[in-house]
Design a protein around this ligand. Sequence first.
Ligand code: FE
Length: 214
Amino acid sequence: MDVRVRALETLLVAKGYVDAAAIDRLIETYETRVGPHHGAAVVARSWTDAGFRAWLERDATAAIASMGFSGRQGEHMVAVFNTPQEHHLVVCTLCSCYPWPVLGLPPVWYKSAPYRSRAVREPRAVLGDFGLQLPEATRVRVWDSTAEIRYMVVPMRPAGTDGWDETRLARLVTRDSMIGTGQALAPGAREPHPATVQRDSGGGPAASARPQHP
Ligand code: FE
């Protein structure tokens, strides 16, 4: 894949269709500037500001843009809210549609064929691979992000965080909790579940539990 991408980029640059420096800037922007810390700020605000939460439910695109987060792959946002009764999980069954302005670029596993197919067929098993066991009574809803609509999960606010300000709360909001493959961290938890912080491989289920290609 790396070689194919390089070949394609070389051709496009040679023909003058794209500028290599512009591509580098785009990648750098999404690797270092735009990322899950944006989404975490949105979630934290929704936990502390009922008016903002209502706005996020009504028109997520506008509510998120009000915090300065907008742009490509985030033109039509929908926020779905986890409750004890209902847990939301986001996937793109076709490819890798993902809300860039709030989460940055998707992790490798999000684009994998096993995640894309299993999230729909057996969401609880997928959640289990991420170390997330939900009560049987909790309904799991799977949302299929598309080129038109990008979903973002608002996880439940952890217990024991009364009186916390937005900045402090935002540190509890992980990337996976906004995809639905995890939950927000409990106060005092220093790291997400080990299965979700393999930073060198972009996170995702532990290797042993990682879905195998058919
Ligand atoms: Fe897609």
